[in-house]
Design a protein around this ligand. Sequence first.
Ligand code: NI
Length: 258
Amino acid sequence: MLIDAHCHLNDEQFADDLAQVIMRAHDVGVTRLINAGTNVELSQAAIEMADRYKSVYVVVGIHPEHADTWNDETLEAIRKLAAHRKVVGIGEIGLDFHEAWKENPPREMQERALIAQLDLAAELDKPVVIHDRDAHDALMAILRQRSGKPQGILHCFSGDLAMARQAIELGYFISFACNLTFKNAARLQEIAKELPLDRIVIETDAPYLSPLRGKRNESANVVRVAQKIAELKNIDYAVVEHATTQNSEMLFGLKIDK
Ligand code: NI
């Protein structure tokens, strides 16, 4: 039994065969999927999807690439959406300072949206799902000011071992995505090997980061992340399966048949 702690099922790449994608995940033991919204509309759409699929849960929030939509109105919209019974956290929120991505809103705008959503999550007592691309120092500075509350995951972790350890000390979990299985991921694999299993969760970030380059990723592939962690740590697959599932269940308050 596995949990895909982060995916984007509302992506248009899943528009034609979502039911089969979810079925294939179930077939390999992925019993719950956490679908991340990235703006108000997609968070709403993610909730509607979760109403149709029992195994799908949701996090709602404004992604840094949409930080220019952050205002009092979107805050209230996210707060309202967060009250739905299948919403298990606030996300995907964070910082994206990637230089090639010229459409990114200014840093101050991203930081404002992140801080406000961290506060909202704390107020609602919900965990956060954090996106961080090329923004490690700025992110850690913000998280450090809010030590430990709210808890959450650093999704698709891309920092170094020292950063991972600091985040864990602040109460966060480190989430490894399918890029852990890439041939050029030696650095990331070294980090996964070092971190304690009780602070690791696993995800696909589907449809992105496919282990089969050039193909669409899907939630069934979270099995490959678990297998890679077992291989790196030289422990049984079942141990990784049990620990990562328990971590996600605890963090997101997931119980079977909820
Ligand atoms: Ni994502």
